[in-house]
Design a protein around this ligand. Structure first.
Ligand SMILES: NC(=O)c1ccc[n+]([C@@H]2O[C@H](COP(=O)([O-])OP(=O)(O)OC[C@H]3O[C@@H](n4cnc5c(N)ncnc54)[C@H](OP(=O)(O)O)[C@@H]3O)[C@@H](O)[C@H]2O)c1
Length: 259
């Protein structure tokens, strides 16, 4: 069992909520963030009811004060910080470049790129003390363009380069960008609701098929990989962009959280 402290954003549902529960099952103390206070408190409450330690700090992670509050909570309530998981993310706007709303582009980049930078900046002094880890939740869209997804793909490509640059600048930390695969979460529901006519027909059909044929993974599968990386990613992986089912990740999961 781990006695580490981990901050995880986007923990009110989906991948973040699953990873938070698994982190707590593995013994970690977790500080949770998302905007929806009720849902976030429900996740934190269920962790505590199961015997874990969780504190919810609700707020928009793109506000610098929220990042500072998360780090201050970890330090004051749990005595230190071992890892942060930059998981909160949005896919919108789903629209061709020629039609996409500029404010929605700005919101996407603010949540998907600027917010991870802000939380990382706030956490670096504490992470340095424990040679900690930064896990950035990326996407295959960072390296494969999809029509209608320019904002999302550009944001995840930027996140990958942020991750790789952080690794160069902070060699005593371990920064990993993780692709979690296709997961049965609200983000996939948004793609099915808003993608038709805005993505290519073939791409839209592919995502609709993933859902119809039960090919979306439950969040607990990549969530376990995310939790194990946050607690145990080895230092020599610093800077890597990895898939959740990479065989090295699978071996680490088997070692630390074998079922
Ligand atoms: N689902 C997939 O197939 C898939 C594939 C590749 C990568 N990913 C990545 O996985 C991560 C998690 O996505 P998901 O699939 O679990 O999506 P999701 O179910 O939509 O969850 C997104 C989470 O981010 C939070 N969030 C969004 N904006 C926020 C903000 N400004 N401040 C704080 N929290 C915010 C949401 O909570 P609130 O709305 O309450 O704030 C929610 O908890 C994302 O980075 C996504 O890009 C997902």
């Amino acid at each position: 069992m781990s006695s580490q402290t981990v901050i995880i954003t986007g923990a009110s549902r989906g991948l973040g909520a699953a990873a938070a529960r698994i982190l707590a099952e593995l013994g970690a103390r977790v500080v949770l963030n998302a905007r929806s206070e009720g849902d976030l408190n429900t996740v934190a409450g269920s962790i505590r009811a199961a015997g874990g330690q969780a504190i919810a700090v609700a707020g928009d992670i793109s506000q610098p004060a929220v990042s500072r509050a998360l780090v201050e909570t970890a330090l004051s309530q749990f005595g230190g910080l071992d890892a942060i998981v930059n998981n909160a993310g949005v896919i919108e706007p789903i629209a061709p470049v020629a039609e996409a709303d500029a404010d929605a582009w700005q919101r996407n980049l603010t949540i998907n790129v600027i917010a991870p930078v802000l939380l990382t900046q706030a956490a670096i002094p504490a992470l340095r003390e424990r040679q900690g880890r930064v896990i950035n939740v990326s996407s295959g869209a960072a390296i494969r363009p999809k029509g209608g997804w320019a904002a999302y793909g550009a944001s995840k490509a930027a996140l990958n380069l942020f991750n790789a640059t952080l690794a160069l600048e902070e060699p005593r930390l371990t920064a990993i960008a993780l692709r979690p695969g296709v997961i049965d979460t609200e983000m996939q529901a948004v793609i099915r609701r808003e993608g038709q006519g805005r993505m290519s027909e073939a791409e839209y059909e592919r995502f609709a098929r993933y859902h119809a044929q039960g090919q979306l993974n439950p969040p607990e599968l990549p969530g376990r990989a995310l939790a194990v990386l946050a607690l145990y990613a080895p230092p020599d992986w610093n800077g890597a962009f990895m898939a959740w089912d990479d065989e090295r990740v699978a071996a680490l999961v088997a070692q630390h959280a074998g079922m």
